[in-house]
Write a protein that binds this ligand. Structure first.
Ligand SMILES: [Zn+2]
Length: 239
């Protein structure tokens, strides 16, 4: 990858957005000893959820957000140069990153703070197979489908960390609760995608959930709204 900073929004010296570029971000962060996990829509595709990706998002320990920004800026990702950039705005319907760089003018590299989205995970570097897994893990993630949609990463790429799906569902329900007065529905939609696509492909097993999380998902699938709402109220309070 080019070491020098790109010369402008049209002068990106980065390779195109793909698994290889994500792996190179991971390698840069690891080399700088910055703990991270992949986040956002790119992460969802690894679980087998078909969605358009428009960049790379990562969750970083709060104290390392500035270091992560500086590290990737030094690796050719471009500073945002538009006040109108949607990633600079507080949106009522979706979260935006704490800071971001650009891959191209329309593709971002977003940095989210761990305390904002994944406060349950105290160590973003610990691949334990329960909370955090590798994006290439064949035992927990689907391989490419017949038309070549994005799925788990190839084994020969630099390893990339992502939240395990059971952990992710729990974190999303906590986020839905934290952000219930703003874009809580955005997180619930991710849960719905996971239920829709990851039950079928075997990535998500609801039997691995416990307590109010399990009650919520079971009630959701059975259409029992009052039980679902009741479980939602107790999530994070009585776990
Ligand atoms: Zn921007």
């Amino acid at each position: 990858m080019a070491e020098d900073v790109g010369s402008g929004q049209d002068g990106s010296e980065l390779p195109p957005l793909d698994d290889g570029l994500v792996a190179s971000v991971a390698a840069r962060l690891d080399a700088a000893k910055i703990h991270y996990v992949l986040w956002g829509l790119y992460m969802l595709t690894i679980f087998g959820i078909p969605t358009i990706v428009n960049g790379i998002d990562v969750v970083v320990d709060d104290n390392f957000i500035d270091a992560a920004y500086a590290t990737l800026e030094g690796a050719g990702f471009m500073k945002c140069n538009s006040e109108d950039c949607i990633s600079n705005k507080d949106l009522p319907y979706a979260p935006t990153p704490h800071t971001h760089l650009h891959i191209t003018e329309s593709e971002r590299l977003g940095f989210f703070k761990r305390s904002d989205v994944l406060w349950r995970l105290s160590d973003l570097s610990n691949v334990d197979g329960e909370s955090i897994i590798l994006a290439s893990d064949p035992s927990q993630l689907p391989g490419r489908d017949i038309v070549g949609n994005r799925r788990r990463f190839p084994q020969d790429l630099y390893p990339v960390r992502i939240p395990a799906v059971t952990q992710l569902v729990q974190s999303l329900l906590l986020l839905a609760k934290k952000d219930r007065n703003t874009y809580g529905e955005y997180w619930v939609n991710w849960v719905i995608y996971i239920l829709e696509y990851c039950t079928e492909n075997g990535v998500f097993e609801k039997s691995r959930l416990t307590g109010n999380y399990k009650t919520y998902i079971d009630a959701f699938l059975e259409g029992d709204h009052s039980l679902k709402d009741q479980a939602f109220e107790h999530i994070g309070v009585t776990e």
